[in-house]
Design a protein around this ligand. Structure first.
Ligand code: S3P
Length: 426
């Protein structure tokens, strides 16, 4: 797909639902006892993979007007052995969280995914789940898909997490619902807590105290009505675009503002960004609000430590913003980027270099010196949705044409990205 520079971004936008929350809404609804209504569900390929997996295990799921979903939950132990493999496509959240649920089922099933999923490490999930009693096999000692799981007879776990990962944490929490004793999970650093918030509303017995999470087994979950807020990870592209394109002003409505996800706003504030949060409220336990962003002169910052999990998916677009900031931006402690949909340290550095940015790759991040006038280039998306979208924003401030290869991968998390971008571009 081709992109050219524009003069400004201007307008009001409403985003599709949050990807992390959409996945969880279908998963938890499927194992609840009764009918669940989900509003503003993200109809991206990843979340559709989750729906597909639960349908294959006998859950009746209806999609309404391409936005709302009704899930007829079958109960914690009511899933059926699928006739075939469960295909998670490109979705890391699907494969890792579903392993927690499958660990509690009395049947054997196999999880497969696309080329990217097959390269992503799974031991971080399979090891604690095996310790709890699940029988799991996978390539290279359970580290890579295809993964075969046979669950049942789980015991609680006391687990100190070696990495900050909401996917790992969530898989263990889900398996803990099925265990015969309580579990304690100690996080390395606070990661997104949508599982804890949502499962509590379904009636799970979860107590959080700082980095410690205690989970007691339960007999059943109660069905819910869930509103999925707009995805801050999708908002990030417009937040960054409006901040770096002169004369821009964008109002992004109903964005999820859970503090475990708003690292990009903390960074933008430090960079001297011009934004305001309006109409803040709490829906289904999640903070929500509108974000009004205007262009401003940015300065470089250092991003590290506990802030990293709060913006891990936004680093590609933050790197693009940093090329327009005065001075140096250092991003470190972000080794996890190497095992996302692509190696995002390499994907960002390689592509920004092609556009003429002053950027250096680090073992656990990158260093960017700005500001630089970017030039159009042939960009490799590496089939990674967040790379494709980050570089489409970079192209809007570049001179010359930019071509982004395999741009269709944006459908993974944000099928309406181009329509929205076109509508507010001048
Ligand atoms: C997610 C957690 C994060 C994030 C991913 C979604 C989730 O991954 O990068 O896009 O929904 O729990 P990790 O848990 O591997 O950090």
């Amino acid at each position: 797909m081709n992109f050219n520079s524009i003069s400004r971004l201007n307008g009001e936008i409403i985003l599709p639902g949050d990807k992390s929350i959409s996945h969880r809404s279908v998963m938890f609804s499927s194992i609840s006892n009764g009918k669940n209504y989900i509003k503003n569900f993200l109809m991206g390929q990843d979340c559709l993979s989750t729906i597909d997996c639960f349908r294959k295990m006998g859950v009746n799921i209806d999609i309404w007007k391409n936005k709302d979903v009704i899930v007829n939950g079958v109960g914690l132990r009511g899933l059926k052995k699928p006739d075939n493999v469960l295909d998670v496509g490109n979705s890391g959240t699907t494969i890792r969280l579903i392993m927690g649920i499958l660990s509690g089922q009395n049947f054997k099933s196999t999880l497969v995914g696309d080329e990217s999923i097959s390269k992503r490490p799974m031991k971080r999930v399979t090891e604690p789940l095996k310790e709890m009693g699940a029988k799991i096999d996978g390539l290279e000692n359970g580290n890579f898909a295809p993964i075969t799981i046979e669950g049942g007879n789980l015991k609680g776990i006391n687990y100190k997490m070696p990495i900050a990962s909401a996917q790992v944490k969530s898989a263990i929490i889900l398996a803990s619902l099925y265990s015969n004793s309580s579990s304690k999970i100690i996080e390395k650093s606070k990661s997104r807590n949508h599982t804890e918030i949502m499962l509590k509303s379904f009636g799970a017995d979860i107590n959080v105290d700082g980095l410690e999470i205690d989970v007691n087994p339960v007999d059943s979950l109660y069905p819910q009505e869930i509103y999925v807020p707009g995805d801050i990870s999708s908002a990030a592209f417009f937040i960054a675009g409006a901040s770096i394109i002169k004369g821009s002003e964008v109002l992004i409505k109903n964005v999820g503002l859970n503090p475990t996800r708003t690292g990009i706003l903390d960074v933008l504030k430090d960079m001297g960004g011009n934004f305001e949060i309006l109409n803040k409220e709490v829906i289904c336990g999640e903070e929500i609000g509108d974000i009004l962003v205007k262009y401003s002169n940015l300065n470089g910052v250092t991003i590290y430590g506990d802030l990293i999990p709060k913006l891990i998916d936004e680093i590609p677009i933050i790197a693009v913003m940093a090329t327009q900031a005065e001075g140096q931006t250092i991003i470190k402690d972000a080794k996890e980027l190497k095992v996302k949909e692509s190696n995002r340290i390499k994907s960002v550095v390689e592509n920004l270099k092609k556009m003429g940015a002053d950027i250096e790759e680090l073992e656990d991040g990158m260093v960017i010196n700005g500001p630089t006038k970017l030039k159009g280039a042939n960009i490799e998306s590496f089939n990674d949705h967040r790379i494709a979208m980050a570089f489409s924003i970079a192209s809007l401030i570049s001179y010359g044409n930019t071509y982004i290869k395999n741009f269709n991968c944006v459908n993974i998390s944000f099928p309406s990205f181009c329509d929205i971008l076109k509508r507010i571009s001048y």
